[in-house]
Design a binder for this molecule. Structure first.
Ligand code: FES
Length: 149
């Protein structure tokens, strides 16, 4: 998709102006961050899957952090997304564990399933989760509002 086509596409979606920039941090390295175009708000945004920064999402088990959200590829056409901010003590250290197919906080070990439900005592408060949907070359990530308390 060319930039002109992408911009036209985004305008049709109602995005533009200041909503187009954000800092993306790659999930496979705690020190890798890259500035990429971003689309939308922190509760409803699009990831351009054609961008190099999001290449980890091309592979099963690959994951990234973007806008304080951890997005992971969990299947051929499926993704999971949760807040990167841990419900235990607020550290932004949630990571995806491909081997366990779950999320874990590197701070004190809270663990969460793909639906954000806590798997151990430190994770008992759960995590905010996001819905994901493929839209062409983009992955839409939207905060799920109907959460359990
Ligand atoms: S802040 Fe995440 S486990 Fe404590």
């Amino acid at each position: 998709m060319s930039d002109i086509t992408r911009n036209e596409f985004l305008k049709k979606l109602g995005f533009g102006g200041g909503s187009l920039l954000a800092i993306y941090c790659l999930g496979f390295s705690t020190t890798s961050c890259a500035v990429e175009s971003s689309i939308g708000t922190d509760e409803n945004f699009l990831i351009d899957l054609s961008k190099k920064s999001f290449k980890p999402l091309a592979n099963l088990g690959g994951w990234i952090k973007v806008r304080n959200v951890v997005v992971a590829r969990t299947g051929t056409d499926s993704f999971a997304a949760v807040t990167a901010i841990c419900s235990h003590e607020g550290e932004k250290k949630i990571e995806f564990r491909p081997s366990e197919k779950d999320f874990r906080c590197a701070a004190h070990g809270a663990e969460f399933d793909l639906n954000g439900i806590g798997k151990n005592k430190k994770g008992r408060k759960g995590l905010k989760i996001f819905q994901t949907a493929i839209e062409g070359n983009f992955l839409r990530v939207t905060l799920k509002k109907d959460l359990k308390s």
